[in-house]
Design a protein around this ligand. Sequence first.
Ligand SMILES: Cc1cc2nc3c(=O)[nH]c(=O)nc-3n(C[C@H](O)[C@H](O)[C@H](O)COP(=O)(O)OP(=O)(O)OC[C@H]3O[C@@H](n4cnc5c(N)ncnc54)[C@H](O)[C@@H]3O)c2cc1C
Length: 433
Amino acid sequence: MKIPVVVIGAGACGLTAALAAKDAGQDVLVLERDASPSGSTALSSGFVPAAPTRFQRGDDSAEKMFLDVQRKNHGTADAGLAKAICQASGPTIEWLADAHGVPFQLVEGFLYPGHSVERMHSVAEKTGAALMFYLSKAASAKDVDVLTSAHVTHVDEKSLRLERPDGSEESVEYDALVLACSGFGGNAAMVREHIPEVASALYFGHAGNQGDAVRWGTKLGAAVRHMSGYQGHGSVATPQNILITWALMTEGGIQVNADGQRFSNEHLGYSEQCVPVLRQPGGIAWCIYDERLHQLGMTFPDYRDAQGAGAVRMNPSLPRLEETLEQVRRYASGRQDPFGRDFSKKPALVPPYYGIKVTGALFHTQGGLVVDAQARVLDTAGRAIPKLFAGGGAACGISGPHAWGYLSGNGLLTAIVLGRVAGASAAAVSSSG
Ligand SMILES: Cc1cc2nc3c(=O)[nH]c(=O)nc-3n(C[C@H](O)[C@H](O)[C@H](O)COP(=O)(O)OP(=O)(O)OC[C@H]3O[C@@H](n4cnc5c(N)ncnc54)[C@H](O)[C@@H]3O)c2cc1C
């Protein structure tokens, strides 16, 4: 079997790449190991940053977005790639909405740490599962062939091999190949090797993300970068394992340990909060907030699930919590918070208090194959490897080599924008070949 454009992985990156290749008039086949496509995309909150878009209300630009991205990673990401991705973000969201019926809207009412403007876009359901539903629907409307239960086990310069659940194998030749099979968060040995600080953390992403893109790409001569970079999270309800929105923190909540004491500046970001939470006694913390923030939480499906599962507690009894809340009130009226958070901008917490016991988790790896702005995979000398493209978790992203470099939304941003670019580039190569 020979196919012009083959895409490995049917998450946000793979489906977007397939739509772009189809739009360019090429035949495309998507290969997905699972029986039904989900990936980390379906586990996510489905929030995609983009600027400017017609869905936004405030004044925003690709340049402002780029500055936010680079400020968060302290300039450690490839500035050229980050700029190209930000510039393509608005047109990509509008293309998915207008040409492929993904009903994006602006997420309003709060800002994630490091976002200077409201620029998160999601579908009305505010879930990654719903985003996957719309992307899959768009792919099927465009007659994209998605072969599920097709686990790719081997890739070389012109062909690949896949295994079916009954153990049978098939070979596929390609003119151009898009690696959209994400990162290596599900591969414990690779996480231990590259990101030892989260080796014992809960992995909250898709189990099928085994680092195959890095394995195949490096065999074909590709360079990898920022393998220690990752998206962590400091707020997964335990033992229920439900993501608790960081909006509770950005809008005024605090995190304390089991002794009721704060241990960090919660406004730096949720990704870098993973390790500090894991370092607390028992590897846990409590998110503490009030009725106003509970109502905000209730606008998020995950939070409602947490409420239903009994994770949300009223007036949690923690030894020094009262004292901590009193200190926080003083920080709001001028006293300097030793962790450096500015408490003056949001309303003070008022009783009754709510609490959720949480732990830190690894969501998604950010390092991977080095790509350029056309999503071409580059070798160690910076030359494009013929026929090979990558995006999303398979590629080195724009978060740099540390957890703190992850600006909220960098994951789906690189999946969707690089996915579109990779699909178009792959289509161009296959039609010229
Ligand atoms: C809980 C959670 C919440 C998140 N929330 C957000 C958010 O709101 N905004 C944001 O920007 N990011 C978020 N992220 C990160 C985001 O989910 C990822 O960055 C994004 O989904 C990556 O997309 P992808 O298409 O590269 O990978 P995936 O969606 O993981 O898709 C990869 C696919 O490749 C398949 N695959 C892997 N190996 C093979 C193989 N050998 N053969 C065939 N198929 C294979 C997998 O089965 C999978 O379906 C979140 C992550 C988590 C875990």
